[in-house]
Design a protein around this ligand. Structure first.
Ligand code: NAD
Length: 496
């Protein structure tokens, strides 16, 4: 049993108003305890971040970038430890945790370009002897609230760029698996980040709401489920803060009759069941076009799904591990049951799946449910488990109408050999991130990440170029240096 505290002003702080248990989902046992911040710890973090801001905003961007570069090296050097921490508290198999870290590192690398990204705009002789330039200035103290499913990567979507832009940061990771985020934040301190620039507060709703109310916090980045994202966006707006709040998803893959079905079914296996389906970009609905396509896809999946290996994070040969908690396991199982009760065909039931290793964890195996319709609860809800639904359509138009009618719009993809259909799909589908024969179209770090509709509240996406826009505000300066030849009389009209 271990205890996790906070990281404030460059120091570990091991106090809290209360605590909550951290589970090892692979064995279903309590692994540790996380201290939850009360008023005292929050005040320490807010004070530290506010105090560090004036000097940090004036630190040359190139020096900030060098710290990020060193940070990247340290994250690489300690990746085995991070993989272990993610595995223990999330259950992610090491090959998958490694990928998560790699995508996080990409965002640190992108933050190293900050001297280039912050150059702003300049116009010489915008008027007679007048020069004008636009600066990108940091906001001040920024808060980030992150979910359990990417305990290393999602925090790295946020604070490397926020900090590289000159802000100071308070991170509130998921209380379900806080260790990886805390460990990584300490590496940034080791890389030379001044005290107080990055603070990690562990906590629950109280901590989040306190950050949302405090005037010292100028902006909030949130990633998590839709009801919380929406509420955070509303509270932040009501309190005059800039906010981007990324929410949940229900991602559809259209399988066209001309697709390479074996390739599509392999892609769907990884996209639906990888990380136990606990990815906001997981494909959870296969939308087939035409009866033959549906039959071929289902028959291919029926052969492959029983071969998937489910088990503890400790065995790299497993394809995926447990879901995060007993409560979440119960929710996934209830949604599987509801699909069966609603008349869908439960072709492969992952409940009571054979587990590779100890079975006391929160396991559910790959589940395949055919003949799902849009009125079923299992279709409407984000299941966030290894469950693939098949919804049968007869045309691309009909399939796209199904997607358009769903409240979420995070990611989607199409499997086809028809360029015209793919182009029509990507042009018109009501979703923010689109794959063409790419099942998980997660943008690379030099593009931004964001869904549409109930999957994102706010105007700017996460990471990439939008992160520079989100974590800075523009100031435009117009300058003239009067001289005897330039001195003017009073002007009462705009110059023409
Ligand atoms: P969650 O919404 O339960 O929690 C996210 C964060 O919000 C945590 O830090 C949590 O402590 C905090 N929180 C929880 N309840 C709160 C409340 N009432 N008030 C204030 N803060 C609260 O989400 P989760 O279960 O940790 O993560 C899974 C969800 O995140 C899924 O819905 C998934 O789709 C979504 N997600 C979205 C993206 C994306 O980019 N769109 C990425 C990853 C995960």
């Amino acid at each position: 049993m271990y205890q996790i505290g906070h990281f404030i002003d460059g120091e570990s702080v091991n106090t809290g108003e209360s605590s909550s248990q951290i589970y090892n989902p692979s064995i279903g046992e309590v692994a540790g305890q996380v201290l939850l911040a009360g008023e005292k710890e929050l005040e320490l973090a807010l004070e530290a971040a506010s105090k560090a801001f004036p000097a940090w905003r004036n630190t040359e961007p190139v020096k900030r970038a060098r710290i990020m570069s060193k940070f990247k090296e340290l994250v690489e050097l300690h990746s085995a430890t991070i993989i272990e921490l993610i595995g223990k508290e999330h259950g992610k198999i090491s090959h998958d945790a490694k990928g998560e870290i790699a995508r996080g590192i990409e965002n640190i690398e992108y933050a190293c370009y900050v001297p280039e990204l912050l150059k702003g705009e300049y116009s010489k002789n915008a008027g007679p002897s007048i020069d004008t330039w636009t600066e990108l200035q940091p906001l001040g103290v920024v808060a980030g609230i992150t979910p359990f499913n990417f305990p290393a990567m999602v925090p790295l979507w946020m604070y490397p760029m926020a900090i590289a832009c000159g802000n100071t940061f308070i991170l509130k990771p998921s209380e379900k698996n806080p260790s990886a985020a805390l460990f990584i934040a300490q590496l940034l301190s080791e890389a030379g980040l001044p005290k107080g620039v990055l603070n990690v507060i562990n906590g629950d709703q109280y901590a989040v709401e306190s950050l949302l109310k405090d005037d010292r916090v100028k902006a909030v980045s949130f990633v998590g489920s839709t009801p919380i994202a929406k509420s955070i966006y509303q509270q932040a707006n009501a309190n005059g803060k800039r906010c981007q709040a990324l929410g949940g998803a229900k991602n559809h893959a259209i399988v066209m009759p001309d697709a390479d079905i074996e390739n599509a079914s392999n892609a769907l296996l990884g996209a639906a069941f990888g990380s136990s389906g606990e990815r906001c970009m997981a494909i959870s609905v296969a939308v087939t076009v035409g009866d033959e396509c549906a039959e071929q896809l289902v028959s291919s999946l029926l052969k492959k799904i029983p071969q998937l290996k489910v088990g503890s994070f400790e065995h790299d040969s497993n394809d995926f591990g447990p879901v995060i908690s007993a409560a979440h396991l119960q929710k996934v199982e209830q949604l599987i049951q509801s699909a069966a009760d609603d008349g869908a065909s439960l072709l492969i039931d992952g409940r009571n799946t054979p587990v590779n290793g100890p079975s006391s964890g929160y396991y559910v195996g790959g589940t395949l449910i055919d003949h799902v319709s849009a009125d079923m609860l299992s279709y409407q809800e984000e299941i966030f488990g290894p469950v693939l639904l098949v919804l049968r359509c007869q045309s691309l138009e009909q399939a796209m109408q199904v997607i358009a009618a769903h409240p979420y719009g995070n990611g989607t993809c199409i499997f086809t050999r028809d360029g015209e259909a793919a182009r029509y799909f990507s042009d018109h589908v009501e979703v923010g991130m689109v794959g063409i024969n790419v099942p998980l179209p997660v943008p690379v770090a030099s593009h931004s990440f964001g869904g549409w509709k109930q999957s994102l509240f706010g105007d700017l996406n996460a990471y990439g170029p939008d992160a520079v826009r989100f974590y800075t505000r523009k100031k435009t300066i117009t300058q003239r240096w009067p001289s005897s030849s330039l001195r003017e009389s009073a002007q009462f009209a705009f110059p023409s």
